[in-house]
Design a protein around this ligand. Structure first.
Ligand code: ADP
Length: 493
């Protein structure tokens, strides 16, 4: 038996999945954990919750698979990206809670950098934009605001990590302080062309280099777990941020292949091969994966609200009792019902990047009912994907195939409308748990369980293909209505 254990440490839950050597799922376990909102715009996690939860789900998964820990040949980690932790190198004690990617406390500081016109330089090196979303301003905040933190950091007593690094550090009993290139590429401190921490950016953000982990390939010898934790010394062989892991789990290994993940938010990622394509339309350039020292890049667009719009229709407005009720309602509604829901609850993500925009519903008439509003909620997810597709096209890129995953893709109506509005084929795989699968693939590659990306390519199986069948005139009219609706909440700033 050669099993692979994948840890998927997400924003709201921690998951462990055990896979067999042919990519089949043996067992899984999941635990939600607490979100802390100490002030408006602040989002924190308790590092102990993250670590204890991960440990618990790993133990549960191993127990329910009925295997011995020594049968686990490799461990892979995938994680919520950008979330920032700083801890004491000796005691392991975090100096502050984890500051989550959604946290906006450093917005004013980021604005001040933009006003100094630093964005072009920072973008050129990191592929990112200046935004509180990324780790750098969060690290700086911790060093500035936590008593004594800066002095301790300067004495080399502290370590910074994204969640992968924090977990690796604990899994290896504090021996390894490492990350992979995909996670490093989300910090705003990493030069994605030279593949190294950038001294100028460290100086700009006032972050001592001694805080930073060593950057490895995504499949590499990261270290070995302390035997007492999981019952055996397991080599940690793969690490990637969650969206990059999903790209790997979807086997998007060739230039032009794209995946879109529809969970709480939506993340579209397009493989651009060995080209770090600089977007002119506010998409991000990021490391897709680094294998054998060779970097594959991706263009990324993130939408903050996708499934969360359906959650809001369910829990906020009580229009539906369960998310899957949205599908039959949409089936009963003609797509051109005239209502547009723009779910900009926390601003607009790519390609608008408007933190001040707020949501709205347009086109209400006396006969508008639950069906139209719920349908408009589903459609908003597709229109936002179209916005990203258009931005990519303006950058000269057109995905050759779109593979979808995440909780929302159970909804067939949604995927058909997506294909229609994109005018492109949409493929749903059998396994939609692509994030954990990607981490397992990376670990298995390093451990020699999988010999090549071509092998992993063969594991990918289509469950269903959705072909566009909407008339172009109708598609253009529907999408024009959406752009007009977005302009009304975004336009006149
Ligand atoms: P995350 O990993 O971000 O927590 P998931 O991938 O588990 O999210 O997806 C859950 C999201 O998908 C929820 O926001 C839920 O509203 C939405 N969702 C689940 N099933 C459906 C469905 N059948 N139709 C529409 N939305 C759905």
């Amino acid at each position: 038996m050669q099993a692979i254990l994948a840890i998927d440490q997400g924003t709201t839950s921690s998951r462990a999945m055990l896979f067999s050597a042919d990519g089949g799922l043996l067992a899984s376990a999941q635990q939600d954990f607490r979100q802390h909102f100490p002030r408006d715009g602040w989002v924190e996690h308790d590092p102990a919750d993250i670590w204890q939860g991960v440990l618990a789900v790993c133990r549960d998964a191993i127990a329910s698979a009925g295997i011995e820990a020594r049968e686990i040949a490799a461990l892979g980690i995938t994680n919520q990206r950008e979330t920032t932790l700083v801890w004491d190198r000796v005691s392991g004690e975090p100096v502050y809670p984890a500051i989550v990617w959604q946290d906006r406390r450093t917005a004013a500081y980021c604005e001040s950098l933009k006003r100094r016109d630093l964005e072009p330089m920072i973008s050129a090196r990191t592929g990112l934009l200046i935004d509180p979303y990324f780790s750098a301003s969060k690290i700086r905040w911790i060093l500035d605001e936590v008593p004594d933190a800066r002095a301790r950091a300067e004495r080399g007593e502290l370590a910074f990590g994204t969640v992968d690094t924090f977990l690796l550090w604990h899994l290896t009993g504090g021996r390894e302080h490492r990350t992979d290139a995909t996670n490093a590429s989300r910090t705003l401190l990493f030069d994605i062309h030279r593949q190294q921490w950038d001294p100028e950016l460290l100086a700009l953000f006032d972050i001592p280099a001694s805080l930073l982990p060593q950057v490895m390939d995504s499949a590499a010898a990261f270290g070995t777990t302390v035997p007492e934790l999981l019952g055996a010394a397991i080599p940690v062989c793969g690490v990637a941020g969650d969206q990059q892991a999903a790209l790997v789990g979807q086997a998007c290994f060739h230039e032009g292949m794209a995946k879109s993940t529809y969970g709480t938010g939506c993340f579209l990622m397009l493989n651009t091969g060995n080209r770090a394509l600089q977007s002119r339309h506010r998409l991000l350039t990021t490391v897709a994966y680094r294998l054998g020292g060779e970097v594959t890049y991706a263009l990324e667009g993130s939408i903050f609200v996708a499934g969360a719009a359906i959650q809001w229709l369910r829990d906020g407005l009580h229009l539906i009792r369960a998310a899957d009720e949205s599908e039959p309602l949409a089936q009963q509604t003609p797509p051109d019902h005239g209502v547009y829901l723009v779910p900009a609850f926390t601003g607009l993500g790519a390609p608008y990047w408007d933190p001040d925009a707020r949501g709205a519903i347009f086109g209400l008439t006396r006969d508008t009912g639950i069906r139209e509003i719920v349908t408009a909620g589903l459609q908003s997810v597709c229109y936002q994907t179209k916005d990203l597709q258009k931005a990519m096209e303006s950058d000269g890129e057109r995905p050759v195939a779109l593979r979808v995953d995440g909780g929302m893709v159970a909804n067939n109506w949604l995927l058909q409308f997506l294909a229609d509005i994109l005018g492109a084929t949409v493929d749903r795989p059998h396994i939609t748990e692509t994030t954990a699968l990607g981490a397992a693939y990376l670990a298995g590659l390093q451990a020699g369980i999988f010999d090549s990306l071509a092998t992993l390519d063969r594991f990918w199986r289509r469950d269903r293909r959705f072909e566009p069948c909407m008339d172009k005139v109708v598609r253009d009219r529907l999408y024009a209505g959406w752009t007009a609706a977005v302009a009304r909440i975004h336009g006149d700033r």
